[in-house]
Write a protein that binds this ligand. Sequence first.
Ligand code: ATP
Length: 286
Amino acid sequence: MVKIKNLTKRYQNIIAVNNLNLEIKKQEIFGFLGPNGAGKTTTIRILSTLTLPTSGHVYINGYDVVKNPIRVKKEIGVIHQTHNIDPELTGFENLVVHGLLFKMKISEIKRKTEELLELIDLKKDINRPAGKYSGGMRRQLIIARALLHNPNLLIMDEPTAGLDVYTRRKIWRLIKRIRNEGSTVFFTTHYIEEAEYLSDRVGIIDKGKLIALGSPVELINNFGKVAVDIEDFQGPRIEFFNTREDAAKFLSGIDKNAIIRTTNLEDVFIKLTGKRVNPKSDQGEQ
Ligand code: ATP
């Protein structure tokens, strides 16, 4: 569904994306992770035809994003970090505006809205002004809008940023359902547990370069399924082991404060990038 070949994007002397190669299969949920400034949004902007690459190629369902942007726009539904729904219009009217931009007939927009209302939780509120919606309702409307014109690929830049834990989980279930209905999903996130839960495969990008690629389980197993948090005179650190027995053997006889636990994707991320993830906001949507 997505083929990225030797993709590079430069801004003056900054290399935002550095020779990226990546392929995403149909009906895959692909999570794109990286520290702040790693190049995630730039990649999404190129995939969604908003920014031109400096060099390299991107094909969406076989269509070149540079040579055939109008065709590519039909293939994709995009959810950007900034929300641009009209608060004066109802949820449905917001969908109509989007549908008309895609040259859909009103009857078709109505039919598709009915279908999407089976997926999202806005049946009662679809005819209320969108400005009155909660953050979670707005996010669902934005996802529905991105799906209105039947795209094959849903591209989402931090789809759950700023949402509370309950609403985030609701969006997770929605993303899984969207995939089960046949779409491919490419998303970025700062929430590592979100990437671990949702993604069939994860790509980790740092300073514009892809530094890891695989399923969450594969990436975790590369380090070791068992992690030991150690706190001693050197400060806190993590050691990885293939089995609990190996971890216990390591700890026996040494006098350290330690916790044995299962390795998670955040451990992998920190080990590879040397950075903690930094969600922009966990305080609810502004
Ligand atoms: P975040 O997680 O903070 O959103 P990101 O991984 O999405 O970060 P990008 O926004 O793609 O990262 O930025 C990658 C690099 O490119 C950064 O150094 C950024 O400052 C730079 N950059 C992005 N857009 C522009 C631009 N329009 N002009 C100049 N530099 C830019």
